[in-house]
Write a protein that binds this ligand. Structure first.
Ligand code: AMP
Ligand code: GLY
Length: 429
């Protein structure tokens, strides 16, 4: 079978890498892919945008593509799945209606309310005055969220009412364009965050191993929010008992309610959770796609062939699949970014040491690289995701950092404390 993967991040490199391990997968095409997918055997990049629906459909039909896997939220929210399915293609990823679970926070909140899913108390506003009037009577910290997609930048955790007012004014002032013309204001939840990615065919939902990522740029989880600076799985804070509760209290009600609304949701449902100090899971957001870098950490542990799992979702026969199987041990992914990220950063520096890193026992997923006259150069904010598997989280993390230390490019930046919440001591700082 030939598979087409839409996207160009570390997540898509990891998806293509894992799919190629399935005996049934002959070849992968990535739209547009990156320097990592360009260098993988049996993998080819196609120079098209992720929203070039027509071009993607034409290529898939002419080349007999058996499965299309959509990585990022933007094409999903723009209706790529609806378009490709109409052409008779098999797609892993929800329709535009399903993708609203990520593309509108107000919509997701309403779904959670209807489904009885535990989440932060919240209210929705479409004008500055009523939003400001609401926060006047609320305690701080308080969370202000642009309703629509804002490339991970739409959330402000305001420590003071003044900060919240500024976030409200900025959103309605056009900081996030249309995405900020409606906002959700939400109670601040305390606890540890965890990411539970689950796959679903619209009827049955199965969770992957629970992961945690580090969203902040700075060590000790400080500074600006990013797409994620490192991740590990399985995280011990999500015990098997807690996982059962997440399945029953969050994942199953979400799918049942989507179904009740007539939405046929096939793909990933990603629950971004806070585990409260009392040990209860609450949803802070849903995403309609795989997490990045979480996917880079989770997939190396998956034993069930990924294409089998995805086809079962796309063809609505997930219930017939035996339980997912996983390698024992743990996995960790350390992101190497370009200095300056998530703000301005330099592109184009030659990247060296990847072979040495892989010889040390890691897999290096490319997030923002490209091949320039056969030379690999940095081409994004997050450049690489260095991933290693070990018998324990300690071992996986140590192995990932040994591999990170083989890699060099001008002005690279890595957090040295990935996994600090679950390690007893941090020997890497
Ligand atoms: P999101 O874009 O929804 O993932 O939010 C970005 C980050 O904001 C999350 O990873 C959390 O760290 C934080 N956040 C969002 N909502 C809340 C909340 N209700 N309470 C505490 N922190 C939150
Ligand atoms: N790592 C967070 C996300 O993918 O949204």
């Amino acid at each position: 079978m030939k598979v087409l993967v839409v996207g160009n991040g570390g997540r898509e490199h990891a998806l293509a890498w894992k799919l190629l391990q399935s005996a049934r997968v002959q070849e992968i095409f990535c739209v547009p892919g990156n320097g990592g997918t360009a260098r993988m055997e049996r993998c080819r990049n196609l120079a098209m945008s992720v929203t070039a629906f027509e071009g993607i459909a034409r290529f898939a039909l002419v080349n007999n593509i058996g499965l299309i896997v959509v990585g990022p939220e933007v094409p999903l929210a723009a209706g790529i799945t609806d378009y490709l399915k109409e052409q008779g293609l098999t797609v892993f990823g929800p329709t535009q209606a399903g993708a609203q679970i990520e593309s509108s926070k107000a919509w997701a909140k309403e779904l959670m309310r209807e489904a009885g899913i535990p989440t932060a108390e919240s209210a929705v506003f479409t004008d500055v005055r009523s939003a400001i009037a609401y926060i006047a009577s609320r305690p701080v910290p308080i969370v202000v969220k642009a309703d629509g997609l804002a490339a991970g930048k739409g959330v402000t955790v305001a420590e003071t009412t003044q900060e919240a007012v500024e976030a409200i004014e900025a959103a309605f002032g056009g900081q996030f364009g249309e995405a900020g013309q409606r906002i959700v204001i939400e109670e601040f939840l305390t606890g540890q965050e965890a990411s539970v990615l689950a796959v679903t065919d619209g009827l049955t939902i199965r969770a992957l191993l629970p992961a945690q990522d580090h969203k902040r740029i700075g060590e000790g989880d400080t500074g600006a929010n990013t797409g994620g600076m490192g991740a590990y799985a399985p995280t011990p804070i999500v015990t098997p008992a807690l996982m059962n509760r997440i399945q029953r209290e969050i994942l199953e009600p979400a799918i049942a309610t989507l179904n009740h609304r007539g939405i046929d949701y096939r793909g990933v449902l990603y629950a971004g959770l806070i585990i409260t100090p009392a040990g209860d899971p609450k949803v802070i957001e849903f995403n309609c796609r795989f997490g990045d870098p979480e996917t880079q950490a989770v997939l190396p542990l998956l034993e069930t062939p990924l294409e089998t799992l995805m086809l079962a979702c796309a063809q609505q026969r997930l219930a017939q699949l035996p339980p997912l199987t996983w390698k024992p041990g743990a996995s960790a992914c350390v992101v190497i970014a370009a200095e300056g990220y998530p703000d301005a950063y330099k592109k184009g520096s030659p990247v060296t040491g990847i072979e040495a890193a892989e010889e040390s026992g890691a897999v290096v997923f490319h997030a923002g690289t490209k091949l320039k006259q056969q030379q690999l150069v940095a081409d994004g904010g997050r450049v690489l995701g260095v991933t290693a598997v070990g018998d324990s989280l300690e071992e996986a993390i140590a192995k990932a950092y040994r591999a990170v230390d083989c890699i060099e490019f001008d002005a690279m930046y890595t957090r040295r404390d990935i996994g600090h919440r679950v390690l007893t001591a941090n020997p890497y700082l």
